[in-house]
Write a protein that binds this ligand. Structure first.
Ligand code: URA
Length: 308
């Protein structure tokens, strides 16, 4: 979603709140300044649509405080509190993971961002996994089932895992964000059309949760699926594109990390026969071959030749 479209969605939502009697919405001083800039830039394009954006006078700068959700306010009006300090208890992996899962699924900030009837999504899988996949954020199927990668992208990830000679239950799968990023007012049935990547603030809030999962699992290899996972684990300024991040080994807290394409991106190549689409699929498979070798998994000749 472009900034202009986000502003238009925000504008609609603020008008709806205003019509319902709400007089003000809390925004951090920094957020307010950014909004004013964005509104001015959008209005500069001179179209009738953007000329109607009148968000700024309706917003009041206040010190950051936890968000109280009013309907389905877009994330742009949210302020992010600091993540509570995580102190994992002594004990075995299972005890530490159980503690962390309870902490995250009951976290007030995560819960406040989950639409009514939907769920916070925590990582899943084998706590002794050699390979840990990290994705971006839950989508519609994931927020319904409270499990990462169970929708169409998840089906493709399952196929990739199988092609590596593994079962889903042998790996661990987590996400950078623990809730589905809100895009504006939901449809009448609570569903949402489309997904957006998490904001830097949203990512910053949830990063301690995925880091703590990595610290518990201690996989042999991490696989960052897509640019959001790369940015979250390696730093947002490190790589300009997936192309730059792919194809070599990186390190996250002394764990080898391989960046690969997000399954949703690979789904968009399905059915395409162009040389470019074929290369993307082979490149993604070569990432998995590298992961298998690093994790000391057997690699057959047949596996080596997939997507050639
Ligand atoms: N995409 C992700 O990045 N994570 C999920 O859990 C589902 C889709």
């Amino acid at each position: 979603m472009s900034t202009r479209d986000q502003l238009l969605a925000l504008n609609d939502e603020l008008r709806r709140l205003k019509a319902g009697g709400q007089r003000a919405v809390s925004v951090s001083a920094e957020g307010l300044a950014q909004l004013r800039e964005a509104v001015a830039a959008a209005q500069a394009d001179g179209t009738a649509e953007t000329a109607s954006i009148t968000t700024a006078p309706f917003l009041m700068a206040e010190p950051p405080k936890p968000v109280v959700r009013a309907g389905a306010a877009p994330a742009i009006v949210s302020t992010m509190p600091a993540t509570p300090e995580i102190k994992l208890p002594e004990g075995d992996k299972q005890a530490r993971w159980n503690f962390l899962r309870e902490l995250v699924v009951n976290d007030a900030t995560c819960r406040a961002r989950v639409y009514a009837g939907k769920q916070v999504v925590f990582g899943v899988g084998n706590l002794d996994a050699a390979v840990m996949f990290v994705g971006e954020a839950p989508g519609g199927d994931e927020e319904d089932q409270s499990e990462p990668f169970v929708g169409r992208a998840g089906q493709l990830l399952n196929k990739m895992i199988k092609a590596m000679g593994l079962e889903r239950g042998q790996v661990y799968i987590g996400n950078i964000l623990n809730w589905r990023p809100e895009m504006g007012p939901r449809n009448a049935d609570g569903s949402q059309t489309g997904n957006r990547p998490p904001t830097a603030q949203e990512m910053a809030y949830c990063l301690p949760f995925i880091r703590a999962q990595i610290a518990i699992i201690r996989p042999k290899v991490l696989v960052a699926l897509g640019k959001t996972a790369v940015d979250g684990l390696l730093g947002a300024d490190r790589f300009k594109s997936m192309g730059a991040a792919r194809g070599s080994w990186h390190s996250y807290a002394d764990t080898p990390l391989r960046a690969s394409y997000h399954p949703s991106y690979l789904l968009r190549q399905e059915g395409l026969t162009s040389a470019a689409a074929k290369k993307i699929k082979r490149d993604a498979w070569e990432d998995m071959l590298a992961v298998m070798e690093r994790a000391e998994l057997p690699v057959s000749e047949k596996q080596r030749n997939y997507f050639l």
